[in-house]
Design a binder for this molecule. Structure first.
Ligand code: GLA
Length: 386
C-alpha cells in the first residue's frame, strides 16, 4: 500500500491535483466518533454522549456538468455513478455517496455531479463511525456543489436514511449527529427523541483513550438488527412508544416474556439512566463516578445486551487494572473494533504503554489490524474547509 503522509485532508487535496491537474474547489471533512456512554439507546429514543475524534475522512471535489459523480478513494479505488440511477445498483463504498445524492434528489433538492478524491484516517469496521463520516462529508460536498440549503441535523438525517434504506442497516442517528454537530473539547449529549443537543465540557484532568483491538466487523450481518427488533417488541409489550418511556419497575410486566427480551430492555432502560448520571458527573468534574458508570455500561452490554466480544472484554479488563484508569467500556455497535478508557491525564503515557504491551487478541477473535492505544481530544464536527 502507498505510504500515507499528512492528514486525510492534505492527501485528498494532493490526490485531486495529481489526477486532474487543477486544485479542488472545495474540501469537506468529517471526523469519526467514540461514544462515552449511552450505547444502543439511540434507536430507543434515548440519550447518548459521544465525542468526535480528531481525525477525519476528507473529500476534495469540484463540480462538473451533468449528473455523474466520479470519485477516487485512497486504498479503495475508483467509482462512477449517475445520480439518475438507482443507488442500490452501485456497489461497495460508492453506494454511500450515491445514497446521499439520491436522498437529496428525492427530497426535491436536485443534486449536481462532481469529481472528487477521498482520503481517510478513520479505520473501517472499528466502531469509529467511518461510514457516518463518509455520509456526512459527502453530504457537505453535494450541498456545496448543488448550492443546497441543508442544516447539520438534516445532513445527519440524510446519512441515517442511507444506512437504513440503501444499506439495509436499521441504525440509529448517533453517529451522523456526532459527525455533523460535535464541538471541540466537549461531549455532545443528544436526546435522540427530539434530536436536541447540549455540549458538555470535558475537564482537562481526564483523557479519553481509544483502545483498538485490531478486530473488525461490519454491523450488517451481526446481531444489530435483531437487537433493535427485540427492543421494539419489548416496547410494544409494555404499551409504550419506545423503551425511553419505560422504567425498571415496568420490567415486571415482561416477566412472562422470554428472558432475552427482559435482558435487552433492562440494558436500554438502565443505560439511559447511566447516561443522565454521566452528564452530571462530567459537569461536576467527578471522573471516578463517570468511570464507574462507563464500566457498568460495559458490563450491561456484555451480559444483558450481549454485543461485546472476547477481544473487547479482554482489553477492557486490562485497562481497568492499569494505573490511572477511572473506567472502560466497548464503544459503538460492538462485536469488534475499539473500546475506550477514561484515564487520569497525568498517567496517559504509562497507561497507553501498559495496555499495548499487555493485550493480544484472543484466538477466538483474531485481529485483522495492529492493536493501537492512543489518547484523543474531543474535536469539532464536519466542515467545509475550502
Ligand atoms: C452503531 C450505530 C448507532 C448506534 C450504535 C450503538 O454505531 O450506527 O446508531 O446504535 O451502534 O450505540
Amino acid at each position: 500500500m502507498e505510504e500515507r503522509v499528512g492528514p486525510a485532508r492534505e492527501r485528498a487535496k494532493e490526490k485531486f491535483f495529481e489526477k486532474n491537474g487543477f486544485s479542488p474547489s472545495l474540501v469537506a471533512r468529517s471526523p469519526g466518533r467514540v461514544n462515552l456512554i449511552g450505547e444502543h439507546t439511540d434507536y430507543n429514543d434515548g440519550f447518548v454522549l459521544p465525542i468526535a475524534l480528531s481525525f477525519d475522512t476528507a473529500i476534495a471535489a469540484a463540480p462538473v456538468e451533468g449528473s455523474k459523480v466520479s470519485v477516487f478513494s485512497e486504498g479503495f479505488g475508483e467509482i462512477t455513478f449517475d445520480l439518475n440511477d438507482d443507488p442500490t445498483n452501485t456497489l461497495g463504498w460508492g453506494r454511500y455517496l450515491h445514497g446521499v445524492g439520491a436522498f437529496l434528489h428525492s427530497s426535491g433538492k436536485p443534486a449536481a455531479g462532481w469529481i472528487g478524491c477521498i482520503a481517510t484516517d478513520i479505520p473501517t469496521g472499528a466502531n469509529l463511525a467511518s461510514s457516518a463520516a463518509l455520509e456526512v462529508a459527502s453530504g457537505l460536498v453535494f450541498s456545496s456543489v448543488s448550492d443546497l440549503e441543508i442544516d447539520l441535523v438534516q445532513l445527519a438525517q440524510c446519512g441515517q436514511y442511507v444506512e437504513n434504506q440503501i444499506l439495509g442497516l436499521p441504525s440509529g442517528i448517533m453517529d451522523q449527529m456526532t459527525c455533523a454537530l460535535a464541538e471541540s473539547n466537549s461531549a455532545l449529549l443528544i436526546d435522540c427523541r427530539d434530536l436536541s443537543t447540549q455540549t458538555i465540557k470535558i475537564p482537562e484532568n481526564v483523557t479519553v483513550v481509544v483502545m483498538d483491538t485490531g478486530t473488525r466487523r461490519e454491523l450488517v450481518g451481526t446481531g444489530y438488527a435483531d437487537r433493535r427488533l427485540v427492543c421494539e417488541r419489548a416496547a410494544d409489550v409494555l404499551g409504550v412508544h419506545s423503551l425511553r418511556e419505560a422504567t425498571l419497575e415496568d420490567l415486571e410486566q415482561l416477566k412472562t416474556s422470554d428472558t432475552q427480551m427482559i435482558k435487552r430492555a433492562q440494558h436500554v432502560i438502565s443505560e439511559n439512566k447511566r447516561t443522565e448520571l454521566a452528564v452530571a458527573a462530567l459537569r461536576s468534574n467527578n471522573p471516578e463516578e463517570l468511570g464507574r458508570l462507563m464500566t457498568e455500561s460495559h458490563m450491561s452490554l456484555q451480559s444483558d445486551f450481549e454485543v461485546s466480544s472476547p477481544a473487547l472484554d479482554q482489553i477492557v479488563q486490562i485497562a481497568l487494572k492499569s494505573r490511572g484508569c477511572f473506567g472502560a467500556r466497548m464503544t459503538g455497535g460492538g462485536f469488534a473494533g475499539c473500546a475506550i478508557a477514561l484515564v487520569e491525564s497525568i498517567a496517559i503515557d504509562e497507561f497507553c504503554h501498559n495496555v499495548l504491551e499487555s493485550f493480544t487478541a484472543p484466538k477466538s477473535q483474531p485481529a485483522e489490524s495492529p492493536t493501537k492505544v492512543f489518547p484523543v481530544r474531543a474535536s469539532a464536527g464536519a466542515s467545509l474547509i475550502q
